[in-house]
Design a protein around this ligand. Structure first.
Ligand SMILES: Nc1ncnc2c1ncn2[C@@H]1O[C@H](COP(=O)(O)OP(=O)(O)OP(=O)(O)O)[C@@H](O)[C@H]1O
Ligand SMILES: [Mg+2]
Length: 469
């Protein structure tokens, strides 16, 4: 674009040569960005310092300048002109500015008919210089926005990096990468906190859908009608309170990926509706009559034993086959102990940086405890434990006391109570406290680990008078 502007300016003003010079990043030199005229290639090899010659002077002062006879002007820097063997007499030069910053200059050299340039020429050149500045400003804005965007996708990809060297995790990662660039449905299985969502993210960001959205929907957290509304959206006025049109997650994920988390919690009714959409590829918004067709890749996840759910008819077999084209199993941490320390060091690095505690390291005893802990909350529990330890530690060594679980205590069962009922209650209470602590009090996660309903967990918490977690 600036090339075209310079060319037009030179032609309109009958100039023998013209050039657009831009300020380099050092802020001290100008480079020839666009040149016209018989010596346009040669001149490009040169650079000008701010303040040097006519162009350098204009770049320094920010004021336009007309010189009718350069041989009589002390500012004239003739070495370039001599060097490229191009005789110069008159020059008109205008500054290029973005807001009030000088970014370069636009200059024209000698009129073809041999007449010197006059003030009218300089005024016209000023107009061209403004247009040029505007074009450069826009181009730079677009460039920096797209660079920022690239960095963002890079950062997102980095955040979804899965750490692990155990055979099981390597297999899961390689399976994930293999299917990333296909449209195959993927079902991710694993206990709470094992990294199912992370895996879904990896698949999305490694696929050619990565520049489109990854939309996440937690099917376990919503009632049936809310889930329906989230998935399919509604038309304006579809029901009382539907004041505006709402797009469903399916639409929002168009060309991208839809991650259906906790799919095992979906009611049979919703399973039927979902299956229909997956089979037909089209659906209606609630209260709508227009077919909506979308191109969506579906990844789903559950921590339930889904095959058992199918057998017990809690989960539709046909939907299971639809979702389970490729299955990725993520084993619990206790079954891949080689990953524990690797992850611990990874998280230590992360939180050391975040908390500005570069000196922190694990003590030998802490490492042994980390390695042998049973990690019921899996990687989420490990991550939270390290975060807490980094905050609590007086440094430079992280000691066992900095870890969130009271070491050794959980294994010690009290035999003081001879009464089985009392002892059981005591044990229940300890287990609940331990589990809740391992997930930082998140009852939904704790209920999942204990494989009980969240409401039952809440009842136990109040019955057993558990406080402070
Ligand atoms: N292999 C891994 N490498 C690095 N970080 C991990 C790994 N696995 C899990 N994490 C981290 O652990 C936390 C829990 O992971 P994630 O949310 O993916 O688990 P999940 O299986 O979806 O859990 P839930 O079933 O409770 O929803 C996240 O902060 C995630 O970044
Ligand atoms: Mg999850």
């Amino acid at each position: 674009m600036p090339g075209l502007i310079v060319d037009t300016a030179a032609r309109m003003m009958q100039a023998k040569a013209s050039s657009l010079l831009l300020l380099n990043e050092d802020g001290e030199t100008l480079r020839f960005e666009v040149t016209t005229g018989p010596k346009k290639q040669e001149v490009k090899k040169h650079e000008i310092k701010i303040g040097q010659g006519i162009a350098g002077f204009v770049a320094k002062t920010g004021e336009p300048l007309l010189v009718t006879d350069v041989t009589k002007d002390h500012r004239w820097y003739k070495s370039i002109s001599d060097n490229i063997d191009f005789k110069t007499k008159s020059i008109a030069c205008s500054p290029l500015k973005i807001d009030s910053d000088i970014i370069g200059v636009l200059q024209i050299i000698d009129r073809k008919d041999g007449q010197p340039f006059d003030n009218d020429d300089l005024n016209i050149l000023n107009v061209f210089a403004n247009v040029c500045s505007e074009a450069i400003h826009n181009a730079r804005r677009v460039e920096s926005a797209s660079r920022r965007n690239l960095e963002l996708t890079d950062q997102a990809a980095e955040k979804h990096k899965i750490i692990g060297k155990s055979r099981e995790v390597k297999k899961a990662i390689s399976d994930g990468l293999k299917v990333a660039n296909t449209k195959a449905s993927v079902l991710i299985l694993g206990e709470s906190g094992t990294g199912k969502e992370l895996m879904a993210g990896m698949i999305h960001y490694q696929s050619d859908r990565k520049d489109f959205p990854l939309v996440v929907l937690n099917c376990g957290a919503l009632t049936e009608s809310l889930l329906e509304d989230e998935l399919f959206g509604h038309e304006k006025g579809a029901f009382t309170g539907a004041a505006t049109l709402k797009k469903g997650k399916f639409e929002l994920a168009d060309n991208g990926t839809l991650f259906l988390d906790e799919i095992g919690e979906m009611s049979l009714n919703m399973q039927t509706r979902l299956l229909r959409v997956l089979q037909e590829g089209i659906y209606y918004r609630l209260g709508g009559s227009v077919n909506i067709s979308v191109d969506v890749r579906v990844i789903s996840a559950t921590n339930r034993d889904i095959e058992k759910e199918v057998k017990e008819k809690n989960f539709r077999e046909d939907l299971y086959y639809r979702l389970n084209v490729v299955q990725i199993k993520i084993p619990p941490l206790r079954k891949r102990r080689t990953d524990i320390l690797l992850l611990a060091f990874h998280f230590l690095g992360l939180f050391k940086k975040e908390q500005a505690r570069p000196e922190l390291e694990f003590s030998q005893k802490t490492l042994r405890i980390l390695e042998t802990h049973s990690w019921p909350g899996n990687i989420r529990e490990l991550k939270n434990a390290i975060e807490r330890a980094v905050i609590m530690s007086d440094g430079p060594l992280i000691s066992p006391g900095d870890l969130p679980f009271a070491v050794g205590e959980k294994e010690r069962i009290s035999f003081h109570e001879q009464d089985l009922k009392q002892a059981t209650l005591h044990f229940k209470k300890k287990l609940l406290i331990h589990t809740l602590e391992s997930v930082q009090g998140n009852r939904t996660h704790a209920a999942k680990i204990l494989k009980i309903q969240r409401t039952y967990l809440s009842r136990l918490i109040s019955e057993l008078e558990i406080k402070g977690v």
